[in-house]
Design a protein around this ligand. Structure first.
Ligand code: TNX
Length: 504
């Protein structure tokens, strides 16, 4: 395979200078140092090429040096040099890890011989927040599947993993102080499929694996709506379902059941459930769940939900938003909430809002999002008509929904997160791409929807707007070159016809 030009890199680095010729990669190449990044590099090279590199302590010509040098690059940045000698210098451990991911994308094979192009790269991310979300409630994905998701998204330099751990269809994490949640509310999933949950050890294992891939886990307990499953275990905490017209007609159209309090809910409807806002017991529950999650979560954030609480009266919703975000702050964490919670005047200061309206905001969405900023918080951009990984690629695509948009790869690529809301650019922390799992019954289905669009969103989040090659034409060429790696690792990506995919 001849190396396609431009360089086969996604996301695009801030700057790259291509030299002449290539450096062969063979068993005799040594890796200097035994940092976690060096071990990850050697394992990944072995997996990809069958070549087992070995380490050495002494500097020798042609060896790969990996090291962290504070000041060598901004946070998460790195310098990569491939020439007479090979060097990856991270400004920090994360930067070193990203330098390794870049080197792995550069590796290619021609007639059985593996090599790297001679190149000098200086790189650092545009946004500090580059997130993906996995909805493990509508359908459940086990620890091994979540690890695969981490492998493939961290390789694209995503650094936050938001886990949507509770919704109407099931509760997915064990809480010691409310044991009936996993005893009674976890076996169900959408469409009557098999549910499941993470033990606290499972969750710790995910957090540790994510950390080794420089990803921070953000756990979400969705409140006060999306709480039907809580009522299967603890009926005293929730209201009767509110059957609005939209829900009833959608259920009829899809042939799905309506929610019945105390019974598992298997449909896809939203907005029918609410916890009891004026019961103190509700806040005991929230406090206990948040405390246990805070203890399990080294990252600074807890997501408290807040979306689509259509059955909760506005004043009650606002009261709940204020109390729930205050509980997260008391537990020592920074609250994150879907943008609707910005309707509450007294939402906890510093709460981060997650905007999921459209790239052209509708209704009160912009105003709600902007209120987080007025309260000293910041924003994550998940514009549903660009960043939602659960929208269909084309109207005929078998998986996914269409309510926000049909999102082909070009559409996922071609939006500017700082252009959506009327706020100072510095309050935009970055981007998160959510995968809701109503239509993904298996992890293979998840991969179809996530890849390749996650790569487009990775570039939106990582690559400077002004970097040469930050264009759709260049991106589609570079994206095409990820295919051999995805195929080798068994990633079930969608071969979207917009992309000139590189053959085997
Ligand atoms: C809206 S976006 C939801 C989810 C659904 C999703 C499906 C948001 C914060 N809530 O409950 O799964 O649409 O696209």
């Amino acid at each position: 395979m001849v190396l396609p030009l431009p360089l086969p890199l996604v996301p695009l680095p801030a700057s790259a200078l291509l030299g002449e010729g290539r450096v062969p990669v063979t068993e005799s190449m040594r890796v200097i140092g035994d940092s976690p990044a060096a071990i990850q590099l050697m394992d990944a090279v072995a997996q990809r090429t069958g070549i087992r590199l070995t380490t050495t302590d002494a500097a020798e010509p042609g060896a790969i040096t990996l090291r962290v040098e504070s000041g060598a690059a901004p946070a998460e940045g790195y310098r990569l040099s491939i020439g007479e000698s090979l060097q990856i210098v991270g400004g920090d451990e994360a930067g070193l890890f990203y330098g390794v991911q870049t080197l792995l994308q550069l590796l290619s094979e021609d007639a059985g011989a593996w090599s790297l192009p001679r190149v000098e790269i200086v790189d650092a991310p545009r946004f500090p927040r580059r997130g993906v979300m996995l909805d493990v409630t509508r359908h459940f994905f086990d620890v091994a599947e979540v690890k695969r998701f981490i492998d493939e998204t961290s390789a694209l330099k995503f650094n936050h993993l938001h886990l949507h751990l509770s919704d109407d269809q099931g509760w997915r994490i064990h809480i010691d102080s409310w044991p009936k949640l996993t005893e009674l509310s976890s076996a169900s999933a959408a469409d009557g499929d098999r549910g499941g949950f993470y033990t606290q050890d499972d969750y710790r294992e995910i957090v540790a694996y994510a950390a080794a891939h420089h990803m921070i886990v953000i756990p979400e307990i969705d409140l006060p709506g999306h709480t039907h499953a809580i009522g299967v275990a603890y009926p005293e905490l929730v209201e009767e379902p509110v059957l609005n017209d939209g829900l009833v007609s959608q259920a009829k159209e899809l042939g799905q059941p309506l929610p019945v309090k105390g019974e598992p809910y298997l449909g896809w409807g939203v907005g029918h459930s609410s916890v009891r806002i004026h019961e103190e017991r509700t806040y005991d529950f929230v406090r206990d769940v948040v405390r246990e999650l805070a203890e399990l979560t080294p990252g600074p954030y807890i997501h408290i939900g807040g979306d689509e609480s259509l059955g909760t009266p506005q004043a009650d919703f606002d009261l709940f938003a204020e109390r729930a975000t205050a509980i997260v702050v008391e537990a020592g964490k920074i609250p994150v909430a879907w943008h609707e919670m910005g309707s509450a005047d007294g939402i906890a200061e510093g709460t981060i809002g997650q905007y999921w309206g459209k790239t052209t905001p509708e209704g009160t969405h912009a105003e709600e999002a902007e209120h987080f900023v007025a309260r000293g918080g910041a924003l994550i951009m998940s514009a549903a008509d660009a960043a939602y990984l659960d929208m269909k690629y084309t109207p005929e695509f078998p998986l996914g929904l269409t309510w926000a948009a049909v999102i082909d790869v070009q559409r996922a690529y071609s939006w500017e997160p700082t252009d959506v809301l009327d706020v100072p650019a510095e309050v935009i922390l970055g981007v998160e791409a959510p995968l809701w799992s109503e239509t993904t019954r298996t992890y293979a289905d998840v991969e179809q929807l996530v890849f390749p669009r996650a790569a487009a969103l990775a570039e939106v989040a990582w690559s400077p707007e002004e970097a040469p090659g930050r264009t759709w034409e260049s991106f589609r060429e570079r994206l095409a070159s990820l295919a051999p790696g995805w195929r080798a690792r068994g990633v079930n990506f969608h071969p979207a016809p917009e992309i000139p995919w590189v053959a085997e």
